[in-house]
Design a protein around this ligand. Structure first.
Ligand code: ZN
Length: 226
């Protein structure tokens, strides 16, 4: 806790004054362009990885970067998605999985979760991804962790489409969905190519889609140069 308090003190006395203008601007409104859904894992820092500033990313975090399929009862993830898409009108949703994900390891070995009934239930939202990998290989083993991590992101993108706010925004070309995997050990991001159904390096995607690069440049660093 001492380290945390020291951090807050440093923020208040050093960082905040440097970016006073940005924080004043943000003090009464937010206008993020990106809904970023990722794992609760402590090793992921969405703002650091994307070089985004406060106000740029509306973030939902949970174990396994899961988007439960839409149901007609209130849930934190569902409400946050609805708010981001329908009220804040974000332009993009990124579902970002990551390497060495404890949730995905748990999904591979549900027998290890006997003492964690809520985690076990929650990871039920990954079962279709587990079944896909299992069917492909006639079983699921440690070596399939990376593949399951990818399939889970693809599955959660499908779940997103079941949310009415998301479906409506996509139908009116107001929203795009993106699947990413963050590689903790290499500081790398891989992006899912929906059309070709394969994963590509962020460099490839950036190079081949000048309009996307321009859009990212226009959206992300909005406050970055303060
Ligand atoms: Zn994780």
């Amino acid at each position: 806790m001492r380290k945390l308090l020291a951090g807050v003190y440093k923020f208040k006395t050093e960082i905040f004054p440097e970016r006073q203008e940005l924080f004043t601007e943000l003090s009464s409104a937010q206008n993020p362009r990106i809904l970023f859904i990722t794992c609760s894992d402590s090793r992921i820092d969405p703002n650091l990885v994307t070089q985004a500033a406060p106000g740029d990313l509306f973030i939902i975090r949970n174990a396994g970067n899961i988007v439960p399929p839409h149901e007609r009862h209130a849930g934190g993830t569902t409400a946050a998605i609805e708010y981001a898409v329908s009220a804040l009108r974000v332009k993009h949703v990124v579902v970002c999985g990551h390497t060495d994900c404890g949730a995905i390891k748990g999904a591979m070995a549900p027998e290890d979760l006997a003492e964690l009934p809520h985690t076990s239930d929650w990871l039920g939202h990954t079962l279709a991804a587990v079944a896909t990998v299992r069917a492909r290989h006639g079983g699921i083993r440690g070596e399939h962790l990376s593949e399951l991590t990818e399939e889970n992101v693809v599955l959660q993108l499908r779940h997103l489409m079941t949310h009415p706010a998301v479906a409506a925004a996509i139908a009116s070309d107001a929203l795009e969905l993106h699947g990413w995997i963050y590689d903790i050990g290499h500081g790398d991001i891989r992006c899912y190519d929906e059309r070709e159904r394969r994963w590509r390096s962020v460099e490839d995607v950036y190079r081949e889609q000048p309009e996307l690069a321009a859009e990212i440049a226009a959206n992300l660093p909005e406050h970055g140069d303060h």
